[in-house]
Design a protein around this ligand. Structure first.
Ligand code: SAH
Ligand code: SF4
Length: 390
């Protein structure tokens, strides 16, 4: 098999549906050009983009014929040239705690997972940015799956549309829901993949998520999690402007090299320098440091004290994630007492240190457990074969 690099994995925007172009995921400029190429008069094109965005992203419409503020002939033209397509739901699992996990099929037969997590004051959608991941963090299930390809903006935004369909969250005409009362009120880019290795597509998709005529979520309600692709961090600040979470996970380069191998390329110091320069850092817009608690590996009192020293001066909160186990994982979760003692040291140093409650564990929807089912099936077949041979 030839190696697949991030440069040669972009797929065409056209879907298999005849020759029709999917309007989902196009930037305003791209949609404008596509509409003009299809025969829309230039002076009308900008207005048509706004109207279409509202139908697609605010009302969830997938059929041009119901777009009543467009002339009948124009609706027919749109139907002939374009589609409004979403990824297809392969399976949908609902956890006993209300978490929903969707396995979605995208072009090429690939599969990605998306997780919806309801909480008292918000509903968070955890979306994927790649099929698999090129990085190989040793505690992460996704990291054991090779990268298949980057997701397109349509496939990234499509995850939001699919979830809103399933939640039945398209507003009644004339009603504009406020962020805080929405079922889907927050987005975290914490599913499969490294979002900063698919920068342009993630950026274009998040622009649609933030646009007032798009999904219309505040940039403060969108968090991008990165393992530490240092050169892309300033770009994320300048071109997306969303909240940032860092998969930190260790307090010495020696340990971080093993847990998060990208540390071999950009070490802790380089990462922290990039974070200190991240724009709009204030106490209300803190960077989240994610820290997975691995028994005997990174969970000592000394680690907690070093962590506090390292992040000094950065407005931060530290999210402690009890390790979520997966079949064959080489680590164990730290004990509850250990996690509490660790949290206590951080808290006393003046940082919020929430311990993340694992959600959707019964359906393998928790952090780091995502991996396409096809890949799982392939693995288990391989295991069965090995057993037969053995
Ligand atoms: N690739 C990006 C985003 C996806 S991972 C990144 O690494 O930041 C989302 C979060 O889940 C990361 O902080 C990741 O380190 C964490 N994670 C991965 N595997 C985990 C596991 N088995 N248990 C707990 N957290 C895990
Ligand atoms: Fe990729 Fe993030 Fe998993 Fe690391 S933790 S392998 S970067 S998905």
């Amino acid at each position: 098999m030839t190696a697949i690099t991030p440069d040669n994995i972009t797929v065409p925007r056209k879907l298999l549906d005849g020759d029709k172009t999917n309007l989902v995921g196009l930037t305003r400029d791209q949609m404008r050009e596509a509409l003009i190429a299809a025969g829309t008069p230039e002076r009308q094109a900008g207005m048509r983009v706004g109207q279409l965005w509202q139908w697609i992203y605010q009302k969830g419409v997938t059929d041009f014929s119901v777009m009543t503020n467009l002339a009948k002939d124009y609706r027919a033209l749109l139907t002939e040239k374009f589609t409004i397509a979403r990824p297809e739901i392969v399976t949908r699992q609902v956890s006993s705690d209300g978490t929903r996990k969707y396995l979605l099929r995208i072009q090429g037969g690939h599969e990605v997972e998306t997780v919806y997590i309801p909480e008292e004051d918000r509903g968070t959608l955890c979306i994927s940015s790649q099929v698999g991941c090129t990085l190989t963090c040793s505690f992460c299930h996704t990291g054991t799956q090779k990268l298949v390809r980057n997701l397109t903006p349509a496939e990234i935004v499509g995850q939001i549309l699919v979830a809103r369909d399933d939640l039945g969250e398209w507003p009644k005409p004339g009603r504009h829901p406020k962020d805080e009362t929405r079922l889907l009120s927050n987005i975290v880019l914490m599913g499969m993949g490294e979002p900063l290795y698919n920068f342009e597509n993630v950026r274009d998709a998040m622009k649609i998520a933030m646009d007032a005529e798009g999904i219309s979520l505040s940039r403060r309600r969108i968090t991008l999690s990165t393992s530490g692709v240092v050169p892309e961090i300033p770009r994320a600040g300048a071109e997306i402007g969303c909240m940032l979470a860092i998969s930190f996970h260790a307090t010495t380069d020696e340990v971080r090299d093993k847990l998060v191998p990208i540390n071999n390329r950009w070490n802790i110091e380089a990462l922290l320098n990039a974070l200190r320069a991240y724009p709009k850092l204030s106490n209300s817009e803190r960077i989240t440091f994610e820290y997975v608690m691995l028994k005997g590996v990174n969970d000592s009192d000394d680690d907690a004290r070093r962590l506090v020293q390292l992040i000094k001066g950065i407005p931060a909160k530290i999210n402690l994630i009890p390790f979520n186990e997966w079949p064959g994982a080489p680590y164990e979760r730290s004990s509850n007492n250990r996690i509490r003692a660790f949290a206590d040291i951080i808290y006393k140093a003046g940082y919020a240190s929430p311990i993340r409650t694992p959600r959707g564990e019964d359906i393998m929807a928790a952090c780091g457990q995502l991996k396409s089912a096809t890949e799982r099936a392939r693995k288990s077949r391989a295991q069965i074969e090995a057993e037969i041979r053995g």
